[in-house]
Structure formats: structure tokens, C-alpha cells
Design a protein around this ligand. Structure first.
Ligand SMILES: Cc1ncc(C[n+]2csc(CCOP(=O)(O)OP(=O)(O)O)c2C)c(N)n1
Length: 272
């Protein structure tokens, strides 16, 4: 990949991280840790990978994205706004009464959101449906879904994993945001998903393991997924919860807490 383009994408990821911090500071509540850990993946999808048209959000041939870990809504809103789907000024309305930018994404309110999410465990099933519909309709759009490592403790994920390989959904690519933390502690202490790569392999998936903050690795993995036929792909992305803001990194306490005005200032300095 062109070095300049890679640098541009890294810059966009920084803008997305800054917007996440600003929005959460303004809202006074929300989920910074899991939004920041997913920022590079979501940037790669919306700015390099996905075939979408911001002027025609319901275009039937568009690629789809399901933010299955819906509490990370700020990363999706920041990406949609930066991509031109709506005015960036609206980011200020996050979590306000009547806003299109609810605490969890609502497809009936905000064009550009392909699936309403927030109740963990359901997004992979919805993505399966979109991928299966694409096959039945003989369309060549692709479906991307982002899962949390705590989220995959939900049984429905494994029913969906089984179905995706049964239906040979090679137009479906899942990302696992493997930041090792969930709401109330370290993943290994609460409920370990390990050996997660072997589990998905056993369910019939093609598995790729990457550093989820390395833009080149993310893009190469997506290319490999596109070339994989007859089965779905999961990209297990090693990430850091709170990535980019030193005092939030690897801190469970920053799962669902907004930064104060001083903390917003400090974080924005680091992300300058
Ligand atoms: C069905 C359901 N149960 C509980 C919650 C509350 N909840 C919100 S975020 C979260 C932790 C999710 O952890 P993980 O998937 O690892 O997300 P990340 O650490 O990436 O933010 C929980 C339990 C929920 N949203 N849905």
C-alpha cells in the first residue's frame, strides 16, 4: 500500500480518537475504552475498505458494517461524520434527548447505521442475515462486523459462528477487538475466551491474527479475507483498551466513564 495513504489513514484515526474524547466530554457519559481500541479498525473500514456512498446511505449495493459491541457508538459516529454522512457539529448531541446519536446506534434514527445494536451478542446474527441475503440476491457487497472480546461470552455468538460457516458466508468478515478487558475486569478473570483462534477454526472459520493498531496489517488482513472462499473470516485484532490516551490505556475504570474537562484537554494534547 502507498506510504502516503497509510500516513493519511493514521491521521484520520487520530481525528476519530479526538472526536471520541470531545464527544464523551460533552455528553458527560459513555464508553471511551472500547471506542478508542476500535478506532484503527473502524478507520480502515470507513476510509479505505468499504464501498459506501455518504449521499446515498441506503444504496442496496453498499458494503455493510455492524458494530456488534454497540456501546462503542462514538467511534462509529465519529467515522460517519468524518466520512461526510452528516455534519460534524451534530457529534455534540451525543446521548442528548431527541438526538439521532443515541448512546447505542439506532438505524431508524441515523442513516448510515446499518444495524441497531447495544444488546451484546446479536450483531453477528444480523451480519449473517445481511451476508446470506447478499448471496441470495447475487450481490457482491461485503459485510463487516466488530465483536468485543467480552461480548463473545454470549452464547448467541457461537450459534451465529456455526451458521456462518454452514452457509459458507465468505462475504462476511468479523473483527474481534481483543483488548483483554470487559466491563468489570480482565477477560481472563471474568470468563476466558481462549483458545479463541482455535475455537473459530473449529467452527469452520478462516482465522487471521493481527495487531489491531497497525493500519497495514488491518488492510492486508481484509485483503486476505476477500480472497478466502467458502468460509467466513475472523480477524483477531490484538488491541489496547483506551488506545492513544495514556491515562486510559489498559484501565478497566475507563470502560464506561466520561473524561472531565481537564482530562479532555490532557487527552487532546496527547492526540494532537
Ligand atoms: C446483553 C448485554 N449484557 C450486558 C450489557 C452491558 N455491557 C455493556 S459493555 C459490556 C462489556 C463488554 O465487553 P467487551 O465486549 O470486551 O467490550 P469492550 O471492552 O471492547 O468495550 C457490558 C457487559 C449489554 N450491553 N448487553
Amino acid at each position: 500500500m502507498d506510504k502516503n495513504r497509510l500516513e493519511e489513514l493514521k491521521e484520520i484515526a487520530k481525528v476519530i480518537r479526538r472526536d471520541i474524547i470531545t464527544m464523551l466530554g460533552e455528553a458527560g457519559s459513555g464508553h471511551p475504552g472500547g471506542s478508542l481500541s476500535a478506532a484503527d479498525i473502524v478507520t480502515a473500514l470507513y476510509f479505505e475498505v468499504m464501498n459506501i456512498n455518504p449521499e446515498d446511505p441506503y444504496w442496496p449495493d453498499r458494503d455493510r458494517f455492524v458494530l456488534s459491541k454497540g456501546h462503542a457508538a462514538p467511534v462509529l459516529y465519529a467515522a460517519l461524520a468524518e466520512r461526510g454522512c452528516f455534519d460534524k457539529d451534530e457529534l455534540k448531541t451525543l446521548r442528548k434527548l431527541g438526538s439521532r446519536l443515541q448512546g447505542h446506534p439506532d438505524m431508524k434514527k441515523l442513516p448510515g447505521v446499518d444495524m441497531s445494536t447495544g444488546s451484546l451478542g446479536q450483531g453477528l446474527s444480523a451480519a449473517n442475515g445481511m451476508a446470506l441475503a447478499g448471496k441470495l440476491d447475487k450481490k457482491d457487497y461485503r459485510v463487516y462486523v466488530l465483536l468485543g472480546d467480552g461480548e463473545i461470552q454470549e452464547g448467541q455468538i457461537w450459534e451465529a459462528a456455526m451458521a456462518a460457516s454452514h452457509y459458507k458466508l465468505d462475504n462476511l468478515t468479523a473483527f474481534l477487538d481483543y483488548n483483554k478487558m470487559q466491563i468489570d475486569g480482565h477477560i481472563n478473570e471474568v470468563m476466558s475466551p481462549e483458545p479463541v483462534a482455535d475455537k473459530f477454526r473449529a467452527f469452520g472459520w478462516h482465522v487471521i491474527e493481527i495487531d489491531g493498531h497497525d493500519m497495514e496489517q488491518i488492510l492486508n488482513a481484509v485483503e486476505e479475507a476477500k480472497k478466502t472462499s467458502g468460509r467466513p473470516t475472523i480477524i483477531i485484532a490484538q488491541t489496547v483498551k483506551g488506545k492513544g490516551v495514556s491515562f486510559m490505556e489498559n484501565q478497566v475504570g475507563w470502560h464506561g466513564k466520561a473524561p472531565s474537562a481537564e482530562q479532555v484537554e490532557e487527552a487532546l494534547k496527547e492526540l494532537a
